[in-house]
Ligand binder design. Structure first.
Ligand code: HPA
Ligand code: ZN
Length: 346
């Protein structure tokens, strides 16, 4: 990494941050994976560099969504015990806190975490809740959880996850997310599930307009009741969807590096973040999968400002906008916002 990048990154490291879009399964430390592999006799390459090629994006990788999603399949080998799930959750919170994230919405995919050992979904959800709470206290960061379900997996399991998530609203689960292969799997089978989730008091965020057209964003807002959109970078392809998102004040969880690595944009410099902002879209800046992408939120703030020319003042405003779009109770939100305003000199 060049000296300029390093120097500049440091300035972003000190900023207080808000992260609305981070997947637990995309946050595993490589060193932890090696430990787990040893403890559980998982046959994977024993050195960090070779393991990295299986679970992280490499410069020589094909930058396609298929390749991006394939990393999650390898990662599923590691969810072998309750201890593993406790550990990766604690470490995900710790890593965010070390990057000066003050408010973290960590999303996790119970079906993925339960798969290798057929853990009951309710156990997996409890383990993540317990460890997220413990780590939030220890590392002085506010954490809420989002349960995620994949479009390319069973709607029946998704329904079970939705019910369990709703039961755990008192324990810090705030929303339901639809993720996965947007290019090949429609959201229609999930309409009823998201309706019930909303009625049960969960917020809704939907991965849309990432690997699919702007129309998917309309669907997410109108049919699935999305409060926020994951990515949504193809919104500019349809003026009527831009207008809808503005009218509703929908927040967009933009993840610059992830979009580059999954082939949404050909070059980092081509990313439409600033065009979205200029059209009045409520953009926020997030990591998606810090370990898979080998980034921190500081890197993404750097990318927004130094690669995509977002003014520093706008970045600070977007950090506040992210706090405003957070799924926390009004009182907690006001407290977070006023602390951020102070720390950001806004
Ligand atoms: N899109 C869809 N599903 C995902 C993503 C993404 O960017 N990251 C993790 N699961
Ligand atoms: Zn995502």
């Amino acid at each position: 990494m060049s000296e300029r990048v390093t120097a500049s990154l440091n300035t972003y490291r000190t900023l207080p941050k808000v992260e609305l879009h981070r997947h637990l399964e995309g946050s595993l430390r490589l060193t932890t994976m090696l430990d787990i592999a040893k403890q559980h006799g998982i046959t994977i390459p024993a050195d960090v560099l070779r393991l990295s090629t299986l679970v992280q994006i490499q410069e020589e990788d094909k930058f396609t969504f298929q390749n991006f999603l394939s990393k999650f399949n390898t990662l599923r080998l590691f969810y072998r015990s309750p201890d593993v799930i406790h550990r990766i959750t604690r470490e995900a919170v710790e890593d965010a806190a070390k990057d000066n994230v003050k408010y973290l919405e960590l999303r996790f995919t119970p079906v993925a975490l339960s798969r290798a050992e057929r853990f009951p979904l309710h156990d997996v959800i409890n383990w993540v809740i317990e460890s997220a709470e413990e780590a939030a206290r220890k590392y002085h960061v506010t954490v809420k959880l989002i349960a995620s379900v994949n479009r390319h997996e069973s709607a029946e399991l998704a329904e079970q996850v939705a019910w369990l998530a709703a039961e755990h609203i008192p324990n810090g689960v705030v929303a339901l997310d639809l993720a996965g292969n947007e290019a090949e799997f429609p959201s229609q089978p999930f309409y009823g599930i998201f309706k019930e989730a909303r009625q049960a008091g969960l917020h809704v965020t939907i991965h849309a307009g990432e690997w699919g057209p702007a129309e998917h964003i309309r669907e997410a807002i109108e049919e699935l009741g999305a409060d926020r959109i994951g990515h949504g970078v193809r919104v500019l392809e349809d003026k009527t969807v831009v207008a809808l998102a503005k009218e509703r004040g929908t927040a967009f969880e933009v993840c610059i590096t992830s979009n580059y690595q999954s082939g949404v944009v050909e070059k980092l410099e081509d990313h439409p973040l600033m065009k979205m902002f200029e059209k009045g879209i409520n953009v926020t800046i997030n990591t998606d999968d810090p370990s898979i992408s080998r980034i921190t939120l500081s890197h993404e703030y750097y990318n927004a400002c130094d690669t995509l020319q977002m003014p520093q003042y706008t970045l600070k405003e977007r950090i506040l906008a992210a706090a405003q779009a957070g799924f926390l109770p009004q009182q907690e939100k006001e407290k977070l916002t006023s602390q951020l305003k102070k720390d950001l000199n806004l």
